[in-house]
Design a binder for this molecule. Structure first.
Ligand SMILES: [Mg+2]
Length: 283
């Protein structure tokens, strides 16, 4: 396949985006299972990332188990984890107002972060991908940010929409951020999803692997690949999700991912394919 570039060595850690990289909807992508099992057998760290804050890491673990790829919860990091961690590191005493679904609220509770919906008491408004977003929530954010002029605005992730199989999708966190920014004139200060390096750093915690010996693998140029580049990790784009070979061809050479793969198991160099007895085109 033209434009495909594959690694010729092993890395200390492999960090995978999930949707469009490991699975699409309810199916594992070709090569994902044997690749992850092969890497684990070679004793390198494997981690999974998602910008989506509408699920707990436990729910991702349950999905991976259901698809035939059982994974410990500590190997999964999403923006529920990174937002909680960012608050603990940067504003542990703040009173926050999460515009979010229950997984983020549960994580904040568990971390001892104080929460309130009283605009006069709110220090930080958290925008997120929230399918229960209402005018009432917008009003509370407006009062905290614009009327009381004391709160800051942060967000879980920058995504405009969440892609679904069949080319459909759902409005994501960017829509909630935009609604709040539009009425208050306050800009969102921080987002804790890809491409923020906080995401890659959180996933490498405990592995002892530095970003420069890590390979970040994903299907989106503006989040997965950009995060690898700003963090100093190697980057691999899989053409099984959002980005296409034409998108890569249209980029300036220095901005391109280090590797471009038609299927994710090409991350293992040919000598390992031989060692494992892998055939072309097997699932
Ligand atoms: Mg993806």
């Amino acid at each position: 396949m033209p434009g495909v570039r594959v690694p010729d060595r092993l890395y200390g850690a492999y960090v995978f985006d999930l949707d469009g990289t490991i699975y699409l909807g309810e199916e594992l992508l070709p090569g994902a299972k044997r690749l992850v099992e092969g890497l684990r057998g070679l004793d390198v760290a494997v981690r999974f990332l998602s910008n989506n804050p509408t699920k707990d890491p436990e729910q991702y673990a349950a999905k991976l188990r259901r698809l035939g790829l059982p994974t410990p919860i500590k190997e999964i990091v999403n923006t529920v984890v990174t937002m909680t961690r960012w608050l603990q590191d940067n504003a542990p005493d703040a009173v926050v107002y999460p515009i979010s679904e229950p997984p983020l609220v549960r994580a904040l509770e568990a971390a001892g972060i104080r929460m309130s919906s009283n605009p006069a008491a709110i220090d930080i408004v958290i925008a997120s991908y929230d399918r229960s977003f209402t005018y009432e929530k917008l009003q509370t954010a407006f009062d905290a940010l614009w009327f009381h002029k004391r709160a800051r605005l942060v967000a879980t992730n920058p995504d405009r929409f969440c892609p679904f199989p069949g080319g459909r999708g759902e409005p994501d966190c960017a829509a909630v951020i935009a609604a709040i920014e539009a009425c208050t004139g306050v800009r969102c200060e921080v987002n804790t999803g890809k491409p923020n390096p906080v995401m890659l750093e959180a996933s490498l915690a405990g592995t002892g692997v530095e970003p420069r010996d890590c390979l970040m693998v994903g299907d989106r140029l503006g989040t997965d690949i950009q995060m690898a580049q700003v963090t100093g990790a190697a980057s691999a784009l899989v053409l099984t999700g959002e980005a296409t070979a034409d998108d890569v061809a249209a980029m300036a050479e220095p901005d391109r991912p280090d590797f471009v793969l038609d299927r994710v198991d090409r991350l293992l160099p040919p000598m390992y394919w031989k060692e494992f007895g892998w055939e072309e085109g097997s699932p």
